[in-house]
Design a binder for this molecule. Structure first.
Ligand code: NAD
Ligand code: MG
Length: 381
């Protein structure tokens, strides 16, 4: 039977690449959602004919309703509408490619409905922690990683997810546009410089997170959650070429890696076809053309976001949510040119120092903490 999927965040970088995969394999698309990009979602609706679609923005949703009046599609709005698209369709797998903590409620909706979750929205598993893992456990739904590093680890562990012989995970990082720079060099880098990622074309928020290395910090916490290891068993290595997407080391010191050209459609497709593999729209890897694969230790002194996330991972509970929310606000303020690049980690540390940690928490607690962290970051400017 044809695979049925829904895509949350369909107008973004991961969302549009997910639709490429759906187009190639003729998947049935049950629902699409986005923030406010009416033009693009209308085009997507006309091509893929989902039964439901939602926009976060109510005015944009009204506009979309008028534009698609000739089609058999229900247009919804707000977070509620997005969650309705996440849970109440015939899709068997839902791709969450929303950016930021805004993806948490939809992630929980998908899992509570017992649908498999192809997860690009790392912020929801970082901040939601056990809430997300328990929702999956309770309904029996699978969480399939879309993040390229986690897809790589998942592939290296193939068939043995809870492998007891797994010694450590080695997460690769491109190092972003500021690899090799000192703190002094980073004092007055501009938004345009931070947005110029050497290997990947991605949404603005994750591109800035890559420049500050907060993205790798989020991925460290994501790996801890997805693969059930302690943070000290996740190493980070800088690999400029983004060809080796991550590695695992077993007790016998055998190291297994997953390689491929840097194109997100490989991990997106694998999350949809697991455990099977099919032809993909991505070109073959030409190892001789790649020639040199280089590896370096990350610079924890210059990129304090790595330490911030490691510390939060060690404390667990609500601390990953605290640093994630503080970063979302600092990342935004930097993009708006209201703070400097080096203020990002400073403001996160300051805000998170006021967070009260708790082992047990609800989604409401995460959202209250989010509001507190964001206002502390703004107050620190
Ligand atoms: P993007 O900004 O290109 O797209 C985000 C999508 O979410 C858009 O469709 C947008 O309309 C929607 N959206 C934005 N804010 C929303 C909100 N508040 N509520 C509902 N919908 C909202 O982002 P992206 O680069 O595609 O990244 C999406 C997620 O995937 C992020 O969590 C990112 O970390 C992760 N990811 C991205 C890449 C990549 O290559 N782009 C790689 C790995 C992981
Ligand atoms: Mg990644």
């Amino acid at each position: 039977m044809k695979k049925r999927i829904s895509i949350l965040g369909s107008t973004g970088s991961i969302g549009t690449q997910s639709l490429d995969v759906a187009r190639k394999h003729g998947y049935r698309v049950e629902a699409l959602t986005a923030g406010s990009n009416v033009e693009l979602i209308e085009k997507q609706i006309r091509e893929f004919r989902p039964k439901k679609a939602a926009l976060l923005n109510a005015d944009a949703a009204e506009d979309l309703k008028i534009r698609t009046a000739d089609l058999d599609v229900r247009i919804l709005s707000g977070e509620e509408g997005i969650c309705e698209c996440a849970e109440n369709t015939e899709a068997d797998t839902v791709i969450n490619s929303i950016v930021g903590l805004a993806g948490l409620r939809p992630t929980l909706s998908v899992l509570n409905a017992g649908k498999d979750l192809a997860l690009a929205n790392k912020e929801s598993i970082v901040a939601g922690g056990r809430l997300v893992l328990n929702a999956a456990k309770k309904s029996g739904a699978k969480i399939l990683p879309v993040d390229s590093e986690h897809s790589a680890i998942f592939q290296c562990l193939e068939g043995k997810p809870g492998n007891r012989a797994l010694k450590k995970i080695i997460l690769t990082a491109s190092g972003g546009p500021f690899f090799g720079r000192t703190r002094e060099d980073l004092k007055d880098v501009t938004v345009a410089q931070a947005l110029a990622h050497p290997n990947w074309s991605m949404g603005a928020k994750i591109t800035i997170d890559s420049a500050s290395m907060f993205n790798k910090g989020l991925e460290l916490i994501e790996a801890v959650r997805l693969f059930g290891v302690t943070p000290d068993r996740v190493d980070i290595v800088v690999h400029r070429e983004s060809i080796v997407h991550s590695l695992v080391e077993y007790d016998d010191n055998s190291v297994i890696a997953q390689l491929g050209v840097p194109d997100m459609r490989i991990p997106i497709q694998y999350a949809l076809t697991y455990p099977d593999r099919y032809e993909s729209p991505v070109p073959e890897l030409d190892l001789a053309a790649a020639a040199n694969l280089t590896f370096f230790k990350p610079d924890y002194d210059t990129f304090d976001c790595l330490n911030i996330c490691r510390e939060a991972a060690g404390k667990d509970g609500l601390m990953p949510a605290a640093v994630n929310s503080a970063n979302e606000e600092a990342n935004l303020l930097f993009r708006q040119e209201k703070i400097t690049f080096l203020q990002i980690p400073e403001l996160i540390r300051e805000a998170a120092s006021h967070a009260v940690n708790r082992e047990e928490f609800t989604a409401q607690d995460v959202f209250e903490l989010d509001a507190q962290m964001r206002s502390l970051v703004r107050a620190g400017v």
